[in-house]
Design a protein around this ligand. Structure first.
Ligand code: ATP
Ligand code: MG
Length: 290
């Protein structure tokens, strides 16, 4: 894994220009949720590899698993977190205890059932937790939340609290229809958010462009809502192969099509103008409705 990380760094350094390499020290933390309407479209793989792409571009990234699905972040990274957010919220463990260091220095937090447990805690205890979460936020350039699929309360609570939401779809009509369903919720419940669209498992460029253009168009026409087509990731056999070996594909093969696509998405995220800003802690308060 170490050699692979080196290769990614080399690739990035060769391609980086000076502007991209310098990170503004005072820039606010970006809080992004990765979501989809339909399940199994590649959110978790995208979350892990995009987070690593951002780290290779000198961003400090904390990746938070909010899902208890089968193909979890820890499985894809081949790490086994001993504790999750639930242990932090109940006071059994400190925030530091539950953070696991992944490749390239990526920070990973397992969600566990933690987010539900918070509802039962006292106001005073929640305030204490919030203080630590704000510290975590200040120490990160990006907090990336991998969510489940669909519009259950468990998912919606994240996407209506986050500043930036990445909606992932494939070119399947059902995935596109369900992505539209998510965008509809966002247009109503979190209209200030920046919503990005990523088409995954794409076989041909024109197919990907069609998916992106169609969704952007219907969101504009029927919801009067602006969605940013961030880009596409090709169907690439390196992805399932890497999953099998519990290694992120961007490290296994940084030159693969999917890896280059994901690095491209990371670069685009860093180059976007007008990123929403929030005061420290406001995201967490929104999340917990306090
Ligand atoms: N670009 C791609 N090319 C080929 N296979 C892919 C690609 N992206 C994802 N996959 C495959 O699709 C499957 C589902 O991916 P993943 O678990 O990331 O989806 P998910 O949206 O997080 O699913 P869930 O909704 O269950 O959380 C995995 O087996 C993965 O290998
Ligand atoms: Mg997933």
């Amino acid at each position: 894994m170490h050699d692979q990380a080196e290769r990614l760094r080399e690739l990035v350094n060769v391609q980086n220009n000076d502007k991209e390499e310098s990170r503004e020290e005072s820039s606010p933390t970006r809080i992004m949720a990765i979501t989809s309407g339909k399940g199994g479209v590649g959110k978790t793989n995208l979350a892990v590899n995009l987070a690593l792409g951002l780290v290779s571009l000198r961003q400090r990234v904390t990746l938070i698993d909010t899902d208890l699905g089968l193909a979890n972040i820890d499985l894809i990274l081949g790490i086994t977190p001993e504790y999750h957010l639930g242990h932090f919220f109940t006071g059994e463990r400190s925030l530091r205890d539950i953070i696991v260091e992944g490749p390239l220095g990526l920070r990973v937090i397992a969600g566990g059932s933690g987010f539900q447990e918070l509802a039962d805690l006292s106001e005073r205890h929640v305030d204490k937790c919030l203080k630590h979460l704000v510290e975590l936020e200040k120490g990160s350039d990006f907090l990336v939340f991998d969510t489940g699929a669909g519009i259950s309360y468990k998912v919606v609570q994240f996407i209506i609290a986050a500043d930036e939401i990445m909606v992932v779809t494939t070119s399947e009509p059902t995935a596109i229809a369900d992505a539209y369903g998510i965008i509809k919720v966002l247009a109503k419940e979190n209209p200030q958010a920046k919503v990005y669209l990523v088409a995954n498992m794409i076989r041909r460029e024109d197919e990907g462009n069609q998916v992106l253009e169609r969704l952007v168009m219907v969101a504009e026409k029927f919801l009067d809502f602006n969605v940013e087509p961030l880009g596409m990731v090709f169907y690439d056999s390196v992805v399932p192969a890497a999953v099998k070996h519990q290694e992120p594909f961007i490290l296994v093969n940084p030159q693969a099509a999917a890896s280059k696509n994901v690095l491209g998405l990371a670069r685009r995220l860093l180059a976007l103008p007008d990123i929403p800003v929030h005061s420290p802690g406001s995201f967490w308060r929104r999340l917990f409705r306090r």
